[in-house]
Design a protein around this ligand. Structure first.
Ligand code: DSN
Length: 431
């Protein structure tokens, strides 16, 4: 119907679907939303406006939306073994900013992972409101690229933050949320864990859960949970903790933090799609996929190392592999663009010690969520690493942002990428 009513838009959407099918996407922050999630996200709920929470709306006509939001909340609690869930944040960025606004006065002290060492914009980066409104100290990683909890403790003792954030956008190793909590308790800070990148692994027990260790946990729903664009706020054992006013419980603070504190009307369609994605996340199939995500990432790291690439932290514990592009004589942007020409998607990323600007970068980030969802196993991922090498070893860098790639070589790799994609189609009919 869309193509009939709006052929221009329909054609673009068809082209996007074909593009996704024909690419090897290794963008670490992406996954494939199953068709039933896409369906749930495009329903009559778009016509519902209902501020507030189930049973306490500021508009009439929310009887079915109330039931849908309650279902999403219950599923989120079940998947993460949480005591409280808020499914309304429009993104994890919104969730983080809402949480920070509720916990910190303007100028309040925050400690978080530096963006250049793998942190996130909303964790107090200078370009984000979180970096402008709060007094931020940042921790980095040690010389081996891993979190140095002794150094983080020292930084905390020095800065005395009110809130510590544990979580990353570019970090390949387990995060020890218990160590973070010990540091937070020692100085009387609150711990916020942002698990956006590893939420699928946490949900399936393949990464230690922060739910009962952090005071508050946030996540996006579209990265590893394969849901719609959106976020969640989750609380574990601390949900009944009394806040500084001596009355409000932490879960009540979070309710108000999102609405009316940070957002107005929730997005009912997105909440329905979150409910669907959370049901899938508790299935055996999802667990098997997450296991393959990790096995594949380990295989990718191994193979890239065998091909001579410098892999940060010498491997990975999650879905992500970080490569030092400069050690291979390239920049992140040149590597990203040369691979994209051949149908392979991985993104440029700052890596610790990187002096290049974020538009250029010295690193390259890969992730295995989508290829595992398409059914690839470590043997195919090793082939993908081989294809990456075929491209990168042929790139002739002219400037930090310009390069040449032989057209015959590009077409040959493109053909092999297409053949691999045909063997592992996007699973349109699986769920
Ligand atoms: N935080 C960015 C990333 O990891 O790619 C976008 O979500």
């Amino acid at each position: 119907m869309l193509t009939r009513d709006d052929p221009d838009l329909g054609a673009l959407l068809d082209a996007e679907a074909r593009y996704q099918s024909g690419c090897l996407s290794m963008v670490a922050s992406a996954s494939l939303a199953p068709p039933s999630v896409l369906c749930a996200n495009g329903t009559v709920l778009s016509s519902v406006t209902a501020e507030g929470y189930p049973g306490a709306r500021y508009h009439p006509g929310a009887v079915h939306f109330d039931a849908i939001e309650t279902l999403a909340v219950e599923r989120a609690k079940r998947v993460f073994a949480a005591r409280y869930a808020n499914v309304q944040p429009h993104s994890c960025s919104s969730a983080n900013l809402a949480v920070l606004a509720a916990l910190l006065p303007r100028g309040g002290r925050l400690l978080a992972l530096d963006l250049d060492a793998g942190g996130h914009l909303t964790h107090g980066a200078r370009a984000s409101v979180s970096g402008k409104y709060y007094d931020v100290a940042r921790y980095g990683v040690g010389s081996d690229g891993t979190l140095d909890y002794g150094a983080i403790r020292d930084r905390a003792l020095e800065h005395r933050p009110d809130v510590i954030i544990a979580g990353a956008s570019a970090y390949c190793r387990y995060i020890d949320f218990s160590r973070f909590r010990d540091i937070a308790d020692e100085i009387g800070a609150l711990l916020l864990a942002d698990i956006s990148h590893i939420a699928g692994l946490v949900a399936t027990g393949l990464h230690p859960s922060p739910i009962d260790r952090a005071h508050i946990t946030t996540t996006s729903t579209y990265k590893q949970l394969a849901g719609p664009r959106g976020g969640l706020i989750l609380l574990g054992e601390d949900y009944l903790r009394t806040c500084s006013d001596g009355r409000t419980k932490l879960w009540q603070l979070m309710q108000r933090a999102v609405f009316p504190g940070f957002q107005g009307t929730p997005d009912p369609s997105s909440i329905a799609a979150k409910a669907r994605a959370l049901a899938i996340a508790s299935s055996g199939d999802f667990h098997a996929t997450m296991k393959r995500v990790v096995d594949n990432a380990k295989a990718l790291a191994d193979e890239l190392q065998a091909l001579g690439y410098k892999v940060l932290t010498d491997g990975t514990d999650n879905h992500m592999v970080l490569v030092d592009a400069q050690a291979a004589g390239l920049t992140g942007i040149v590597a990203e663009q040369a691979l994209e020409e051949c149908g392979i998607l991985g993104n440029r990323n700052k890596i610790p010690g990187d002096l290049l600007p974020p538009t250029v970068t010295g690193g390259l980030r890969f992730g295995t969520n989508i290829l595992a969802q398409r059914g690839m196993q470590p043997s195919e991922i090793r082939m993908c690493a081989g294809l990456v090498h075929e491209v990168l070893s042929q790139v002739r860098m002219l400037t930090p942002t310009l390069y040449e790639l032989d057209a015959t070589r590009r077409d040959a790799v493109r053909e092999r990428v297409t053949a691999l994609c045909l063997r592992f189609p996007v699973p349109v009919d699986r769920v």
